[in-house]
Design a protein around this ligand. Sequence first.
Ligand SMILES: [Zn+2]
Length: 178
Amino acid sequence: MLGQPEYHQRLERSLLPSAEAFFGSRTKGFRRYGRRARARCPFHPRAEHQNFSIDLERGLYKCFVCGACGDMLTFVMEQDGVGFIEAARQLGALVPGDDAEERRFREERVAKDRVEQAKQDAWALHLEAMAREMETLERVRDWAFQHRRDAIVELAQMCIELTVAEYLLAKREVAGGR
Ligand SMILES: [Zn+2]
């Protein structure tokens, strides 16, 4: 893993400048040739020729005279005499590190759990309401039975069975975590 953990920061390569913009502004005699470029090497003295070869796609450089090679970060580190973190900062590619990411992840999880809990609570209320509905239907059915209202008994019994089925389905859904 790149970066120094004690700073809780890390390098985000996608934020690095384009190799063309970077090397174009930090070398002399920069010239592009398709996917590559050449410049005068900033690492060895009296560099008169374009011996400094740059791979623009990968952001890598190599000098054929002094052997200097690396990427934008090592370029900044060597030329400016700074460490990795400072080089990443100068290139605008330093972001909060893993600790911050982990914290954000945890916070997201807590928020998600809260939403899940709210859903469960809503289901519990729904189940309670259905149970009350069943009690009412049973009372209606019993009353109708006592008063020989067969049509109402039948209707109430059908409603009870439907509610029971709905109740069982809802309960299974709650148990399944949804
Ligand atoms: Zn060189």
